[in-house]
Design a protein around this ligand. Structure first.
Ligand code: SF4
Length: 292
């Protein structure tokens, strides 16, 4: 029987650059070239291949039909390069993509608030802690400031004023430093449609790694929000996302530390690139079938 899924989500890490220095950050890729967001033709070629992924998966599946595609922009910090972001927005419209983004919430200003409200179907903010010292210890601080939850509340409220239909998401990474913290007040104020809670994935550093029991403690502490919580332990996160790095390559978590890569998608077809990372099309489709 053919089920219908509204959208296929492809995550593109548009840059490695970030003004924060989180200890657990996995936004680090082996590379010796510039992020492709600085080249319009490369962005265009990449987006064309991303659209091909949707057709490819539809051809291979008799159970799932991906009607639309949402390009989820991730970083580094997604709002560091406004000009390049505008190019991505314009080219995404050409391919009919929906857009969403994840940000660390430190660079909201009147320009990007307008841009987000008018062009994005959802915006996600990473919030691990409301405590200044904890944010400092995690590395959620730039040279100029420490993560400020009040600024995020204000920006989100301005975005919602312009676009009341936009979905607000919060992402939280649970580690040694915040597994006992209570974020309930903030979550109540921000009223997200989804709260994704991740157990710290030790890709490059295991310093803040936690036990399953500690992760569960955080989830239980926030059980009042269970209807919006989506909790992911390390197994859920492994090989279950379509992820593209700042050079336009698919990448996947390896069994050991670090990533496996395909060739850049602006150089070869999506089909060939997927074969290079041993992408299991059927497994991916089956996962989508389960979540319908
Ligand atoms: S905010 Fe995100 S991209 Fe920046 S250092 Fe932290 S985890 Fe990495």
């Amino acid at each position: 029987m053919l089920n219908t899924v509204k959208e296929l989500v492809v995550n593109w890490h548009i840059t490695e650059a970030c003004n924060y220095k989180c200890d657990y950050c996995f936004a680090k890729w082996n590379r010796n070239d510039k992020d492709i967001i600085h080249s319009e033709w490369k962005i265009d070629a990449l987006l064309r291949q991303i659209e091909n992924i949707r057709h490819l998966l539809n051809q291979k599946s008799s159970t799932v039909l991906f009607e639309t595609l949402r390009l989820n922009l991730v970083g580094g910090e997604t709002f560091l390069y406004e000009k390049q972001l505008k190019t991505i927005i314009n080219l995404s419209k050409k391919y009919g993509f929906k857009l969403s983004a994840i940000t660390n919430g430190s660079l909201f200003n009147s320009n990007n608030i307008e841009l987000i409200a008018q062009n994005f179907s959802s915006i996600g903010v990473s919030v691990d802690s409301l405590n200044e010292q904890t944010n400092l210890s995690i590395g959620r601080a730039s040279k100029r400031n420490i993560f400020n939850p009040s600024n995020v509340l204000t920006a989100i409220s301005q975005i919602k004023n312009i676009n009341p239909n936009i979905e607000i998401k919060i992402n939280t990474v649970v580690s040694k430093l915040n597994f006992s913290e209570d974020l309930s007040t903030f979550i109540k104020q921000i009223e997200p449609t989804k709260w994704k809670i991740f157990k710290l994935l030790p890709i490059y550093s295991s310093k803040l790694e936690i036990l399953d029991e500690e992760f569960s403690k955080f989830i239980i502490q926030h059980s009042n929000f269970k209807c919006i919580i989506s909790a992911e332990n390390n197994d859920d996160m492994t090989e279950s996302y379509l992820m593209i790095d700042p050079l336009g390559r698919f990448f996947q978590n390896g069994l050991d530390q670090g990533y496996h890569y395909s060739s850049p998608l602006h150089e070869i077809s999506a089909e060939k690139a997927l074969q290079q990372i041993n992408f299991d099309c059927q497994k991916f489709i089956t996962r989508y079938s389960r979540i319908i």
